[in-house]
Design a protein. Sequence first.
Length: 87
Amino acid sequence: MSENDRLSGRQIAAARALAGLSQTELATAASVSVPTLRRMESSEGLASGYVNNVEAVRRALESAGVEFIAENGGGPGVRLKKGGRKR
């Protein structure tokens, strides 16, 4: 995963909120611990943690219908895919 593909803590938190998932639900879906997810979400800048864990969170959020946007008017963002949540 390149630096440009990495997620920020704020992107993860926003994506989780858009998907309507609790931290426990997302952590379970990504097979990471809740404290690991909390650390990721509270990170300033890029999400802290092992790259494989961040990628697992990304995949779980994408499966829940979230789309990550590399550039959105000057910065990264998130949105729901057309058709909404897939839960």
